[in-house]
Design a protein. Structure first.
Length: 632
């Protein structure tokens, strides 16, 4: 006893947590040394309900009310609240309490720990604040800003987007509704190519306003990568370029006409030039000297006309030598430059990013450089903030996944004790129970087993992480053979017929696909039709997207198509998406066993392989699951 007491004392005083022990009524009679050091109080000051002295006054009443309810239960609990340190600072803690019962099942002790989570709470609060700042910033931009996931599914759109289009969603039907029919096919192909290759998305498109007017916009989207260089989001925007396009088109028409009254044409050109909402310059082709600037140029850069005219862009200091040389070389090579991102310098010395375009035009018999600069500083800041925000959210998500995984493990310990003691009662004390008692006992065992299955499925779901192992060429036939062996007894019992011939080799994560096939086979056997033997058919072959009946697949890309079908009880097709959601069941737990996580794990595994899964079913006629994963 002395040796055990000494070990407990050494252990409890050297852990990072603040530990405590209370009697069955919640009166705390022991704290470890770390608790006393943290609070600066003595054991005598803290005994009983003296812990209230270190709780924040705003939380004492809440904790007291909750505690009085917890002490009369026999369930472990978790609470969060701030505790005062000896120096007066309050820090947030996560408290876990576990009941200890005697041989009669009565609680005679509570053992608990307090874990410091103050840094985590601050991070969560900071992320929330940054999220609010990001949304506020985006709402001030004149561009139509939007965010999608890695597959192009809409997640966010700015106020300007909703204000202009009159819609909030970003689905395919919504795009068809607002994109000019003549532009849709082209930008859709460009978008699919970007999703498949990760290349930046750039397009010119006419978008319809909620009033029915089509206006030209410049579309651009950048992929956002995680720490493993995997695309997790796309951030894009549409900038209204209708005035610029209209101006350029009108300018070309004016020059091409070569009317007799050239002066009138020139006056019209200069009027349009000066009224353009984008910075405009007109320069001599040979010398590069600026001959004319519009009002927007003066407002943006801060130079007067006298300071800008008859000087080159380098001489007035609006651009550095390297960037100017890059523009000149591109114009020499291609005859023009279009929407090139360049860093410019205002008269005040402030730097900003702008999209610059320049081309050679003719006015009368002379040639000029017509330049346009569109300030995109706000958009650049928004994109940078979005990328930073995404990185922070990924880190937080990783921490939360680890936390959930550890918590799930912790849940199993008290459950194992329940099952252990239940087995002892089953072996020695069951004859002492009444019939009703035996019924209650059996229900308790079944509930514990369901809880065990649920925890195991949750752990499996949390482990299905794409970034851990690498893809390997694997014979699907070998995996199916292993699964058939696992379910050998169930197959014999139900006289099931399994047809799985000529399965191909696929680029997969083997252990994850074993889990996938295990879940599909288990469902097919569990949800079989009681009036006939189960018939399960598994096929797999490599095909091009254009040969498969799924519009989400790229026509020229090769996929491994896996089909898993059965003749079981099936399901109504309206639930084809719901069945993949976590904890979603189409049948009661008394009809069919299960946790409602199996198909969620299947879908997550398919998504880990950058694939697609669909479900087709008919009540009492079976179900088919089609899986498409990239073949290389």
């Amino acid at each position: 006893m002395q040796e055990s007491e000494e070990r407990f004392r050494i252990f409890s005083n050297n852990i990072q947590n603040l530990a405590w022990i209370a009697d069955g009524d919640g009166n705390i009679f022991w704290y470890n040394q770390r608790w006393l050091d943290y609070s600066g109080l003595t054991l005598e000051e803290m005994k009983g309900w003296g812990w209230q002295k270190v709780h924040h006054p705003d939380h004492v009443e809440r904790i007291l009310e909750i505690s009085k309810k917890l002490w009369v239960t026999n369930e472990p609990f978790e609470l969060t609240f701030p505790l005062r340190r000896a120096d007066g600072e309050y820090r947030w803690f996560l408290t876990r309490g576990v009941p200890i019962t005697d041989e009669n099942g009565k609680i005679h002790r509570w053992i608990g720990t307090n874990t410091d989570i103050d840094d985590k709470v601050k991070i969560e609060n900071e992320l929330k604040e940054r999220e609010e700042r990001f949304r506020s910033l985006v709402q001030t931009l004149p561009q139509l800003v939007w965010v999608t996931d890695a597959h192009g599914n809409g997640e966010f759109s700015s106020f300007r987007w909703k204000e202009y289009t009159g819609i909030e969603a970003l689905g395919e039907k919504d795009w068809i509704a607002i994109v000019h029919p003549d532009d849709y096919e082209n930008i859709n192909q460009v978008w699919k190519n970007s999703l498949a290759t990760g290349e930046k998305y750039i397009c010119d498109v006419r978008l319809k306003s909620k009033e029915g007017e089509y206006r030209w916009h410049k579309g651009k989207a950048n992929p956002i990568f995680d720490e493993n260089n995997t695309i997790v989001k796309w951030v894009g925007s549409f900038t209204d370029t209708h005035a610029e396009k209209s101006f350029t088109k009108e300018l070309e028409e004016k020059v091409a006409l070569r009317t007799a009254d050239l002066r009138e044409s020139e006056e019209k050109f200069f009027t349009l030039f000066n009224l353009s909402p984008i910075c405009k310059t007109l320069s001599d082709v040979k010398s590069g000297k600026i001959l004319m600037v519009n009002d927007e140029f003066i407002n943006t850069f801060g130079f007067s006309r006298e300071e800008a005219i008859d000087k080159t862009s380098l001489e007035i200091g609006m651009i550095d030598a390297e960037s100017r040389e890059a523009i000149i070389q591109e114009i020499k090579a291609n005859g023009r430059i279009k929407n090139k991102e360049i860093e410019f310098i205002k008269k005040s010395g402030e730097k900003f990013y702008g999209l610059t375009s320049s081309e050679i035009i003719k006015i009368g018999d002379k040639q000029y450089f017509l330049g346009a600069i569109n300030d995109i500083s706000d958009r650049k800041k928004a994109e940078e903030n979005l990328e930073l925000k995404n990185i922070e959210l990924q880190k937080l998500n990783k921490e939360l996944q680890s936390f959930a995984y550890i918590s799930s493990h912790d849940l199993q310990e008290p459950l194992r004790k329940i099952q252990t003691f239940a087995s002892r009662i089953q072996g020695k004390e069951v004859n002492n129970l009444s019939e009703q008692g035996k019924d209650y006992f059996n229900r308790m065992q079944h509930a514990a087993q369901r809880m065990q299955n649920l925890i195991q499925d949750l752990l499996t779901y949390s482990r299905m992480n794409k970034n851990e192992p690498r893809l390997e060429p694997t014979d699907l036939g070998e995996i199916v053979a292993l699964i058939i062996e696992d379910y050998k007894e169930d197959i014999l019992e139900k006289h099931a017929i399994i047809e799985a011939n000529d399965l191909c080799v696929a680029n997969i994560i083997p252990f994850q696909f074993e889990q996938l096939m295990h879940n599909l086979m288990g469902n097919a056997l569990k949800f079989s039709n009681p009036t006939m033997p189960p018939y399960i058919k598994i096929k797999a072959r490599n095909e091009y997207g254009k040969e498969l009946k799924n519009e989400k697949l790229l026509p020229q890309k090769k996929y491994c198509h896996i089909s898993f079908s059965d003749n079981g009880i099936g399901f109504d097709q309206q639930y084809s998406e719901k069945i993949f959601e976590v904890f979603q069941r189409l049948h009661g737990k008394n009809e069919y066993s299960g946790t409602g996580i199996g198909l969620s794990i299947v879908k997550k595994i398919v998504e880990n392989h950058e694939g697609i899964i669909t479900a087709t079913g008919e009540v009492n006629k079976g179900a088919t699951f089609d899986i498409y994963i990239p073949a290389n």
